[in-house]
Design a protein around this ligand. Structure first.
Ligand SMILES: CC(C)(COP(=O)(O)OP(=O)(O)OC[C@H]1O[C@@H](n2cnc3c(N)ncnc32)[C@H](O)[C@@H]1OP(=O)(O)O)[C@@H](O)C(=O)NCCC(=O)NCCS
Length: 211
């Protein structure tokens, strides 16, 4: 149900400090070097403000949906998080890039399950459609995998999540919001919960038109 105390805004310099804290609150299992800082968020404001979104509960910053445009090469899809986000600066942003690369989507733990993540995805989809780009691609974490990693392989884990037999707090949510799983990314990110794995997830813009 829409929550009218929550607003989605585009990123602004005054949110940068709070966004740095939000990273720590949202990603307790990520290595420190994987978290983005105030300086990174200031760079996102300069590079692509119309494609980076912040969720506000009144004046409080409680969510982030950030990313940049890139010509993603699906024939050479393996990459690490730090490589593609250029250490957090998003400096690979190409205003003419075909794909929106989702660098981060995160909602403060106290505000989850209230539709904020869905609103952030809707904002991303809207900018992709407005700019007529092919879609959204991202490396999706699988925070539920650590609990299973001694019993089943990562491929078996994601197959079971895709089949709906297991629920992963991130992958199940992304699948329910129209993303498809296109493969696995090994050593994507230093994250104890995902055992350093990620899924390559893709949302294709149904309205994309070639010029
Ligand atoms: C993934 C994430 C962004 C979703 O944000 P959110 O604001 O909770 O998303 P929504 O409220 O729009 O939707 C959550 C969905 O999960 C479901 N859900 C099930 N159990 C839940 C739980 N314990 N808490 C929250 N949502 C739950 C909700 O019902 C909802 O699905 P539905 O609308 O189809 O019923 C958020 O959980 C998060 O920040 N996770 C940690 C960071 C992360 O892993 N980010 C992704 C990196 S790839």
């Amino acid at each position: 149900m829409p929550d009218d105390s929550i607003k989605i805004d585009t990123i602004k310099p005054e949110y940068a400090k709070a966004l740095e804290q939000l990273q720590r609150d949202c990603f307790p299992t990520l290595a420190d070097n994987e978290l983005m800082s105030e300086a990174h968020f200031l760079n996102h404001c300069r590079l692509f403000p119309e494609g980076n979104f912040v969720a506000l509960a009144r004046a409080r910053v409680v969510g982030l949906g950030s990313g940049f445009l890139i010509d993603f090469d699906f024939d050479h899809a393996q990459h690490s998080f730090q490589e593609i986000i250029a250490g957090g600066s998003y400096s690979h942003h190409d205003p003419l890039g075909d794909w929106y690369y989702g660098g981060d989507i995160s909602v403060h733990p106290d505000f989850r399950g209230r539709g904020i993540g869905s609103s952030l995805y809707a904002a991303r989809k809207e900018i992709v459609q407005r700019l007529n780009r092919k879609g959204i691609v991202a490396g999706g974490l699988i925070p539920g995998f650590a609990e299973y990693k001694d019993r089943i392989t990562v491929q078996q884990y994601v197959d079971r999540v895709v089949a709906g037999e297991l629920r992963d707090s991130t992958l199940s949510f992304q699948l329910s919001r129209g993303f498809a799983m296109r493969g696995l990314l090994e050593d994507y990110i230093e994250d104890a919960a995902s055992d350093n794995w990620a899924t390559l997830i893709v949302w294709e813009n149904p309205d994309f038109k070639r010029d």
